[in-house]
Ligand binder design. Structure first.
Ligand code: HEC
Length: 414
């Protein structure tokens, strides 16, 4: 098998790659940090969990970098009080906020309409959305440590505060009985909220190294699978016993991120720190990785169609990717917003792919039809504020969390 040539843009052609081949690993270090006072702090404190690419892109204002450092501290980064202003200055000077390209909107036949609600409390930072069969829309308010439930008929919002303060609720899903489950990103537990009583049960990580529980998903048998990003682990929680088991990802610093379950009950996940997708064997917890052909690919979130084909948002290269784990065939398409469009939240609805571009202003909602291979896209009314996740509703629509805009959207599709 020959190594695929490296292309600067997305590669539209099909590429055949052997499943599980020993492809060269991309370096974990990332781009070199520019010189200046504070560089040594960044080098010492900021490149153990992720590489420097998280620092060099997309850039923030000084206030934005302050918020990032607060979040990193909650994730376990230890900074001396004297280091904080020096590092903030260095980051703000070296990686200022970049002006985002204007969205490029592609016309088409599908009509959509958006309804958006401002979440409570203000500044809650809605990270993940959840549409439940009763028509409600839930969200995790990561910064305010709340879960919220919106009734789209009345617009009323009920707020559930986590029992553990500053839990950092992040990923969100529901079980067959209507309980709401979330990953507590900062406090490292899995939470189950009984929406009737408001009682939250916390399932702690059995290993203190398991920081940053990230995205949860239930399989058809009611077992919860979740990624543990910074710890480079996958987790399994059996609700009947409450037992949590963890497995480490073979590639170091792989940053396991988005996760879906196939029709055969096998969880597949994206490795955002490298150019790989992977699955975990539900019986043995053995992890098998699949290498994507382009070394620069960084699959962030992942969707699955009824044929068990995986679709991923290539955040780093601005591509929509398709990977068939059965044949090893990979293909990709340039996202309408271009190489810096940062595709992020993604889902499949009736075997059509929907995702958001977070690197263009305003953020877009993009539709890709695998049959016709046609794109269509829309500007998100609020601007989006980075749509980190989305999911279908029972009624054939979509829900989106617009974290920086402080809103949750319901998209109706005609
Ligand atoms: C303990 C592990 C860890 C260390 C050390 C760490 N980070 Fe992070 N960082 C993370 C995780 C996990 C995320 C992803 C958070 C998420 O997806 O919500 C992240 C994301 C980021 C992001 C992207 C933010 C976003 O909204 O997507 C930036 C920027 C960042 N880190 C900067 C830093 C800086 C600066 C330092 C050094 C002070 C640092 N990180 C050290 C774990 C770490």
């Amino acid at each position: 098998m020959s190594k695929a040539a490296r292309f600067p843009g997305c590669v539209v052609a099909l590429l055949l790659i052997g499943a599980g081949s020993a492809w060269a690993q991309s370096p974990a270090a990332g781009p070199a940090l520019p010189p200046g006072t504070g560089r040594d702090i960044a080098q010492a404190k900021c490149v153990s969990c992720h590489d420097t690419s998280r620092l060099t892109a997309p850039g923030y204002s000084r206030e934005g970098w302050q918020v990032v450092l607060e979040r990193m501290t909650k994730l376990g980064v230890q900074l001396e009080p004297t280091e904080v202003p020096v590092l903030t200055d260095y980051l703000a000077r070296s990686f200022p906020q970049q002006t985002q390209a204007a969205a490029s909107v592609i016309a088409g036949d599908v009509r959509v309409s958006f309804r958006e609600w401002a979440v409570v409390p203000t500044g809650a930072f809605p990270h993940d959305p959840l549409a439940t069969p009763d028509g409600a829309i839930w969200y995790t308010g990561q910064h305010a440590s709340v879960l919220g439930r919106i009734d789209p008929k009345t617009g009323s919002i009920r707020e559930f505060r986590t029992t553990v303060p500053d839990s950092g609720p992040h990923g969100l899903t529901a079980d067959a009985d209507g309980n709401i489950w979330f990953t507590a990103n900062y406090a490292a537990y899995i939470g189950r909220l009984d929406p009737m009583s408001g009682v939250i049960t916390a399932y702690k990580m059995p290993d203190p190294a398991a920081r940053d529980p990230h995205t949860p998903v239930f399989d058809a048998g009611g077992v919860l699978w979740f990624t543990v990003q910074a710890a480079n682990m996958l987790g399994r929680l059996v609700p009947g016993t409450g037992v949590v088991k963890l497995a480490s990802v073979p590639t170091p610093h792989a940053l396991p991120y988005g996760i879906v379950v196939s029709s055969k009950g096998v969880p597949f996940f994206a490795e955002f720190g490298t150019n790989k997708l992977a699955h975990i064997d539900p019986a043995t917890l053995a992890i098998h990785e699949y290498v994507l052909p382009q070394a620069g690919t960084r699959p962030r979130r992942i969707a699955i169609t009824s044929d068990d084909v995986l679709w991923y948002s290539d955040y780093a290269r601005g591509c929509l990717g398709r990977y068939d784990p059965k044949s090893g065939v990979a293909s990709e398409w340039p996202s309408p917003g271009g190489a810096a469009s940062q595709p992020y939240g993604i889902t499949a609805l009736n075997d059509v792919i929907w995702y958001s571009e977070s690197g263009v202003r305003p953020n877009t909602l993009v539709r890709f039809d695998p049959k016709s291979q046609q794109f269509q896209s829309w500007a998100i009314p609020s601007g989006g504020g980075v749509v980190r996740n989305m999911m279908p509703t029972a009624g054939g629509g979509l829900v989106l969390a617009e974290s920086g805009a402080g809103k949750v959207a319901l998209v109706t599709i005609k």
